[in-house]
Design a protein around this ligand. Sequence first.
Ligand SMILES: [Zn+2]
Length: 328
Amino acid sequence: MKLFYADHFVLPLPAGHRFPMEKYARLRERLAASGHFAPGDFIVPQATDDATLKLAHDAGYIHRVSTGQLSADEQRRIGFPWSEQMVERSRRSAGATLAACHSALQDGVAANLAGGTHHAHHNFGTGFCVFNDAAVATRALLHDGLARRIAIVDCDVHQGDGTAAILAGDTRCFTLSLHGEKNFPFRKAVSDLDIALPDACGDADYLAALAIGLEQAIHRFQPDFVLYLAGADPYRDDRLGRLALSVDALRERDETVLSACRDRGLPVALAMAGGYARTIDDTVSIHFNTVTTAARLYRQGWPLRAGRLQTAPPQAAPLPATHLPAGG
Ligand SMILES: [Zn+2]
């Protein structure tokens, strides 16, 4: 399983900024030390070029981001001050999700160790999101004929408003968002299926809602590719979450989504999305569980359906035994 990262492109943020930038490097270090992945599985992605970004974003907005011409209001809405590093990191992060999609077509599953910047809209960024990696990657796969029907399963605690707005009316895509009803963004977009959860929603209610969502997004929509935004912020000790899930329930969530994909022969690309736990190690653990659960499930077999996706390359050879220890 290939893991794409760009955590060495660090944003210069003011002291005390609430964005937990260091979680990404910590996640990569913990995955590298786990023994579940080979050094060659960790890959720095290419930066996404303008032509690819334009599949989901307004050309003028891309230009303003790239040339430092975002207004003060636009920067405030994003939540980061403009910097060269912000541009590079945003292009790399979108590139990581696109690279993970391409890799998933080969191996069944792959991950962006960041991404899930789902609040970025067609012509503006918001909520720490500059470019919408999931929308860009979705449009690129469709444009290149690598997929025909893509489901975006967004389990970040905040609604995937940018993704829903960008892909609205595109019948090749299904956007599912499970999110806190009272949480940001306060003006919600309309996804193909929105499941709004009350404050303090616990494990059982969340997992029941997830089952309903997957029934629509996977069983009924019948995608040939899935993007999974595995936000760590439905966690009960998240500073921005408002829900009350345990670490074990979040792991069960991952297992449920990824098993549903694996059992149907669906390639799935993961993005980590949000996570703002009071203790950063909790966020890192939740993301770590997502990635290792994906590696374990897809190592157990990825039954790509013959003829289902004619442009998909043949299934990769089984991973060598040293790649992932049993039970990883
Ligand atoms: Zn979030």
